[in-house]
Ligand binder design. Sequence first.
Ligand SMILES: C[S@@+](CC[C@H](N)C(=O)[O-])C[C@H]1O[C@@H](n2cnc3c(N)ncnc32)[C@H](O)[C@@H]1O
Length: 257
Amino acid sequence: MTVVVSDHQNPRPPGDDAAPLGRTGNRDRPPGSFFGRRKGHRLRPHQNDLVAQLLPRLGFDPARIGPSGPAALFDPPVDETRIEIGFGGGEHLVAEALAFPRAGFIGCEPYVNGMAKILVQIEAHAIRNIRLFAGDASQLLACLPPASLARIDLIHPDPWPKRRHWKRRFVQDATVAEMARVLRPEGEFRFVSDIDDYCAWTLTHLARSPDFLWLAERSADWQDPWSGYTMTRYGRKAMREGRRAAYLRFRRERTAV
Ligand SMILES: C[S@@+](CC[C@H](N)C(=O)[O-])C[C@H]1O[C@@H](n2cnc3c(N)ncnc32)[C@H](O)[C@@H]1O
């Protein structure tokens, strides 16, 4: 793995129709951890239809999640709820939802074109166990009751390699504490990145949290994807460009919530 500074200037893979990031943050921005673009190229007519008709059925207002927790969003009922933060094209989220029909999945992605892509897949596979939030994951986490999630996946997050942008990274002490609050004991936070510096950053932040334990016992535990892992668009881009990703799993310890 190597740190590729150009990923910040052009954080989407070549061939992706999205424009590069342009926003640098300003005082009008609501507090949160999303600093990317919300829109890219124009949607195709069918994607527009799905955004207009299917997204309202699968979307929800996090502020209205009650004490019974996010599992109540799903019908048929689910045994546990997981979240994927920044699912991009949705490859991993769709594969997980199909592989684990008894689990409920919340996909969180503010980028409209990503939403449009996953809606096409949800319709094609008649998937019933995905709900979607088209906003900032930190806002979603803030609305969840304690110990209400079994797993949180953060796969190839925006790397923000420049020092002055590190505060934009999703992994911060505050978000680690928030993830600890909403994960049930023995729940997992899973992180994948091909950016060495972000992996080291994440290990440092999780190591100083009393709530998480890094599950690696040997190098294969972080150098290889876990069983059943579905490679994403950004993962494939990293492989093409010769960068090896790290696959980090952290268990929520049984400390006080
Ligand atoms: C580098 S892309 C990776 C996409 C996908 N996970 C993959 O591996 O192909 C990062 C994604 O995270 C999303 N993102 C960034 N900040 C976010 C936040 N605070 N909450 C939810 N999604 C976020 C971006 O919109 C973008 O689609």
